[in-house]
Design a protein around this ligand. Structure first.
Ligand code: ADP
Length: 319
């Protein structure tokens, strides 16, 4: 395959630019043609795509977000929509697609490939680190660093006022970001969807630790367990202590990607382009034990990724 398209879809994440840039430059290096498809699957349907040059991806490596734009596209959820997307690719001679996105985007990619036979390679682009088969997703490291930066600041003020700081972090149904925030941010309590907890026990332990001389506490709540605001209110009522809740929200999605996100996204982009050009399809590239690995696309979207129990244990042990 010589003529390929690249798109970013679903929630954006820092490092998507680095991945797309690597795809573009690898294809060009290998003598192929590459199309930038704008706003995810919507661009395929609205025919918002253009051929890219090496210069098209200059000056984006250091930027968060995605220069290709991203979107959620309802029409692509129907077989008719996907067929139309395929026809629009065919018109331009685009023979294969690199899809950079989260779980939903990869699901859509799998359907497009199954229904039309068009070769597709996926890259996991999400801050949530929730894609099965890979212990890394593009953007997760930058998001984790953003959370730690916020936690450092919240610690200063929580300590000054002897308060309980409750921080709600992203991750959808996955507690990876919260657990990392727990370990690297030194949280006393980490609430994640992968593990049951009793909020009354949590409150009793918080009270006990104050009685033992603790000056302030940090409670990290993964968005997958519920609202940080509600949990904060409950803790305040139950413990009668001073609680402040911070919902970090979309701050976690942005920012200049870390070195790790830039390097790994570049590695994945290169592999995706080479694989697609070599005729591979229905694979997702990710990392396992520091090495790039190919994951079956079907497996990646049907299995639920477990959270490494060693991380959970470590977060618990170090409080
Ligand atoms: P993410 O990729 O970040 O998980 P979404 O779940 O919103 O984000 O998916 C992004 C887009 O991918 C959707 O707007 C839709 O166009 C497409 N998509 C998601 N799930 C499916 C599906 N089951 N079938 C077809 N297309 C899908």
């Amino acid at each position: 395959i010589k003529n390929i398209g690249v798109l970013t879809s679903g929630g954006d994440s820092p490092g998507m630019n680095a991945a797309a840039r690597a795809v573009v430059r690898t294809v060009l290096y290998e003598g192929g043609k590459v199309w930038g498809i704008y706003d995810g699957y919507r661009g395929l349907l609205d025919e918002k795509m253009e051929e890219l040059t090496s210069r098209s991806v200059a000056d984006i490596l250091q930027r968060g977000g995605t220069f290709l734009g991203t979107a959620r596209c309802k029409r692509f959820m129907t077989p008719e929509g996907r067929m139309e997307a395929y026809e629009n690719m065919k018109k331009r001679g685009i023979e294969g697609l690199v899809v950079i996105g989260g779980d939903g985007s990869l699901r859509g990619a799998s359907k497009l490939s199954a229904e039309t036979g068009v070769p597709i390679v996926g890259l996991p682009g999400t801050i949530d680190n929730d894609v099965w088969g890979t212990d890394y997703t593009i953007g997760c490291d930058t998001a984790a660093n953003t959370i730690i930066d916020a936690i450092n600041k919240l610690r200063d003020t929580a300590s000054a006022h002897s308060r309980i700081a409750v921080v709600e972090v992203m991750g959808r149904r996955c507690g990876w970001l919260a657990t990392l925030a727990g370990i690297a941010g030194g949280a006393e309590v980490v609430l994640i969807p992968e593990r049951e907890f009793d909020l009354d026990d949590v409150c009793a332990n918080l009270v006990k630790s104050y009685e033992n001389g603790r000056r302030y506490s940090l409670v990290v709540v993964a968005e997958g367990v519920g609202s940080g605001i509600d949990i904060g209110k409950y803790i305040e009522e139950k413990t009668q202590m001073d609680v402040r809740v911070s919902v970090l929200g979309h701050i976690q999605r942005g920012g200049s990607p870390t070195v790790q996100d830039r390097v790994k996204a570049s590695q994945l982009g290169e592999k995706a382009a080479l694989a697609l050009m070599a005729g591979q399809t229905d694979v997702v590239f990710g990392f396992n034990k520091g090495k790039v690995v190919a994951i079956n696309l079907h497996d990646a979207i049907t299995n639920k990724k477990p959270l490494d129990p060693e991380y959970i244990e470590l977060a618990d042990m170090l409080v």
